[in-house]
Design a protein around this ligand. Structure first.
Ligand SMILES: [Zn+2]
Length: 385
C-alpha cells in the first residue's frame, strides 16, 4: 500500500469548487458558477488543477452539450484517496475508511481501557492501523470527532468532560502517532456535516442537529455554513440556562438544558420519586413502559424541557429543520409527544413551522461525519502535522 500526501492545489475558490462537485456532482461548470456566484471562467481556472491532480474528471456519459453551451459535467474520482473518520467515545472508538465521496469502505471498533491521553492515542493509532489494512489504496488523512469543546482551527481539545481532558493538542499528538494529517471536531458538529452532506440536512439551507442522551449537543448549519462561533462553542445547547429553579448542572450553573433533559436528569427524578437508585436509563425506560407513573412523569418532564430547548433553537436560528438524534432516542416513545407539544407551545410565530425530525443514526455515521470533515479540509487549511 502506498501512502501519498494529498496534493495541495488552489485556494478557497478551489476548495469551494471541489466541495460543490463533491456534494452536487456530476455537475456542469456553468451550474457550479451559478451556485457559487462566480464567473464560468473562474470555475474553469479553479477546476483545472483539480483535474490535473486527479481529483476531478469530466463525466463524458453525462454530456448534454447544446450548441454554444458546453456542459460536460465534472465529477469526483472517489478512489483518488481514502480518509479515515473516527468517533471517540469514553470507553471505545469507532472508525471508518471512506473514499472521497464518503462511501464507507470499512468499519472497525476498539475498546478504550482508560481515558489518559496516552491510552486513548494508543487505542486510536491501533484502530488506524486496522483500518489501513482494510482498504487497498492511499489513506491520506484522519478526521476525529469527540464530545466537548474542540477548537478545530488549532486542533486542540479545550475541554472534554467525559475524558476529563483540558487543553490537549490532540490533532498534533495523533498526527505524530499515525503519520497522517489530522483534523479534530466536536462530534455533534461532525454528525451535522454528515447530515448536510448525505443525510437529512441535504438541500435545506439552515438546519440544526440536536443530540440527546448522556448529554445534549447541537450542531448548527446556517445558510449552508456550519457555525463554530468565536472559539468553537456555538451550539452548546446543553448549557443554555432554562430553569432558574432547576438543579445544578455538571458545568456548575443552574437549570441548564442538560440538567433538565439529559439521562442524568431523568434518573435523578426517577430516584427521587421511586427511591430506585439502581437504575440505568434503559431500566428506567422499561419501568415507565410497565406503567410506573413516576417514571412516566420523569420522561415526560424531560421531554417538556427538551421541547423548550428545541423552541429556543428555532427562535434563535429559524432553521428549516431540526434533526433530533443521539442514543437518548431509545426512549423517544416516552418523551416525543411531550417534547413536540412543548416545542409548538414555545416556538415563536412561524418558527414553529420548522420540521422536527426524529432520526436515530448508527454510531458509524458519526465516524463518517468526522471523515467528511477531514475531506472538507482537504483543500481548505494546512493540515496539522
Ligand atoms: Zn450546564
Amino acid at each position: 500500500m502506498t501512502q501519498t500526501a494529498p496534493a495541495k492545489v488552489g485556494d478557497a475558490t478551489t476548495a469551494n469548487v471541489f466541495m460543490t462537485v463533491l456534494t452536487r456532482g456530476p455537475i456542469a461548470r456553468s451550474e457550479i458558477a451559478h451556485r457559487l456566484g462566480l464567473s464560468a471562467g473562474t470555475i474553469t481556472r479553479s477546476a483545472k488543477p483539480l483535474i490535473e491532480a486527479g481529483y476531478l474528471v469530466e463525466d463524458a456519459a453525462g454530456d448534454v452539450t447544446r450548441p454554444g453551451r458546453p456542459t460536460v459535467p465534472l465529477k469526483v474520482v472517489p478512489e483518488r484517496e481514502f480518509v479515515i473518520g473516527i468517533k471517540l467515545a469514553g470507553d471505545h472508538c469507532v472508525g471508518v475508511v471512506v473514499d472521497l465521496l464518503a462511501n464507507v469502505r470499512a468499519t472497525r471498533e476498539v475498546a478504550i481501557s482508560t481515558t489518559s491521553v496516552d491510552a486513548v492515542v494508543t487505542a486510536v493509532a491501533g484502530l488506524v492501523g486496522q483500518l489501513r489494512l482494510a482498504v487497498d489504496g492511499p489513506i491520506t488523512r484522519l478526521g476525529l470527532g469527540l464530545g466537548g469543546h474542540v477548537d478545530t482551527r488549532v486542533g486542540t481539545v479545550r475541554y472534554a468532560p467525559f475524558l476529563d481532558w483540558r487543553d490537549v493538542p490532540l490533532a498534533k499528538i495523533l498526527s505524530g502517532a499515525t503519520g497522517l494529517p489530522v483534523v479534530i471536531e466536536n462530534d455533534v458538529n461532525a454528525l451535522t456535516v454528515a447530515e448536510q452532506w448525505f443525510g437529512a440536512g441535504l438541500d435545506v439551507p439552515s438546519f440544526a442537529v440536536v443530540t440527546i442522551g448522556a448529554g445534549v449537543g447541537c450542531g448548527l448549519v446556517v445558510n449552508g455554513a456550519l457555525v463554530h462561533g468565536a472559539v468553537g462553542l456555538a451550539g452548546e445547547l446543553g448549557h443554555v440556562p432554562l430553569d432558574p429553579a432547576g438543579p445544578m448542572c455538571r458545568c456548575g450553573n443552574t437549570g441548564c438544558v442538560e440538567a433538565r433533559s439529559a439521562d442524568t436528569a431523568i434518573l435523578r427524578q426517577v430516584a427521587a420519586d421511586t427511591g430506585r437508585q439502581d437504575l440505568d436509563i434503559l431500566a428506567a425506560a422499561e419501568l415507565a413502559r410497565h406503567g410506573d407513573a413516576a417514571a412516566v412523569a420523569a420522561f415526560e418532564a424531560a421531554g417538556n424541557w427538551l421541547g423548550r430547548a428545541l423552541a429556543t433553537v428555532a427562535n434563535l436560528v429559524n432553521p428549516d429543520r431540526i434533526i433530533l438524534s443521539g442514543e437518548g432516542l431509545a426512549a423517544s416513545d416516552l418523551f416525543e409527544s411531550a417534547a413536540r407539544q412543548s416545542f409548538y407551545t414555545h416556538a415563536y410565530g412561524q418558527a414553529a413551522d420548522c420540521d422536527l425530525l426524529i432520526r436515530p443514526l448508527p454510531e458509524h455515521t458519526w465516524a463518517r461525519g468526522a471523515a467528511a470533515v477531514a475531506i472538507q479540509h482537504l483543500f481548505l487549511t494546512a493540515p496539522t502535522r
